[in-house]
Design a protein. Structure first.
Length: 293
């Protein structure tokens, strides 16, 4: 078992494989596929993630799904404070004890919220960065929800299924460009920041993980609402093999009305959704919902 190091000049210890398994055994936890639990057991991977996140010492970091605390300890070393949102009550109950044991000087900088990240609307401290190892099955909706409801999040780094990472960072014209790519672009820029192997997790997943870094930018200037723009995006990719004229027919009320909106937006009605960037979808929404005085 790795022991916490009281020497402040030494590199702060992180949880290793034996520590993770011991902590899990103490609270009777077995990682579940339902919650997408894959715990990081490699300290070097944690250091890599924290370094890639570019956290300033003055920042408050939001971590989703801290699990047994592997990443949490690394984040406490880099940030002013950490707000951790955990859905599993058993894991959440153990986290403060782990922080006290491994980072006793950081106890007052750690804030725990027992909740589903998809339902969180307020936090004890406003975060400026998001760093998280997200469950594969909810990664995209969690990221979009947090960016929508916490405008203070200016940047971050999330670890997701490698395929999801590629989709989030995809650009127009790519075969994997789709709803996650366009909706994420409403909030800022996304880029692929690396790949994480399978053996640094317990249990080891059957696929690689990808790191996605994001930087927030203001949404496009428009009188259309986010909901109106996102409705166009959903409709365009619901039948991505069809032309936009056909794909948007139901959304617009008819193929003729869809064509009118597309022409008004300066977009070829025979084009497909995968060629448009976020500004194209904004213009289509504006054409369907003209500004009223």
């Amino acid at each position: 078992m790795t022991e916490p190091n009281s020497d402040p000049a030494a590199v702060a210890p992180l949880l290793g494989a034996a520590d993770i398994r011991r902590l899990a055994e103490e609270i009777g936890v077995r990682p579940t596929k339902t919650l997408g639990q894959n715990f990081v057991i490699d300290g070097n991977t944690i250091r890599r993630i924290v370094a890639a996140a570019g956290i300033d010492p003055s920042e408050t970091v939001l971590e989703v799904g801290p699990g047994l605390g592997s990443l949490t300890l690394g984040l406490l070393d880099a940030a002013k404070s950490v707000v951790a949102v955990e859905i599993d009550p058993v894991l959440a109950a153990k986290l403060p004890e782990t922080v006290r044991r491994w980072r006793p000087d950081a106890e007052d900088r750690f804030h725990l919220v027992l909740s589903d990240a998809m339902k969180v609307m307020e936090l004890p401290v406003e975060p400026t960065a998001l760093v998280a190892n997200l469950p594969y099955n909810v990664a995209v909706p969690v990221v979009l929800h947090l960016l929508q409801h916490f405008p203070g999040l200016q940047h971050g780094l999330v670890m997701v299924q490698d395929e999801v990472a590629d989709r989030l960072a995809a650009k127009p014209g790519s075969k994997i460009y789709g709803v996650p790519s366009v909706k994420a672009a409403w909030y800022g820029t996304m880029r692929k920041a690396g790949v994480i192997g399978m053996n640094v997790f317990w249990p080891a997943p059957k696929i690689h993980s990808g790191l996605v870094a994001f930087t927030r930018q203001d949404p496009p200037a428009t009188h259309a609402t986010r909901e109106q723009v996102f409705a166009v995006i959903d409709a365009a990719f619901a039948q991505r093999r069809k032309t936009l004229r056909a794909a948007l027919a139901s959304w617009a009320g008819s193929a003729a009305e869809a064509e009118r909106c597309l022409v008004a937006a300066g977009i070829d009605p025979t084009a497909r959704g995968e060629v448009l960037d976020i500004s194209g979808y904004v213009r289509i929404a504006e054409a369907r919902h003209p500004e009223t005085s």
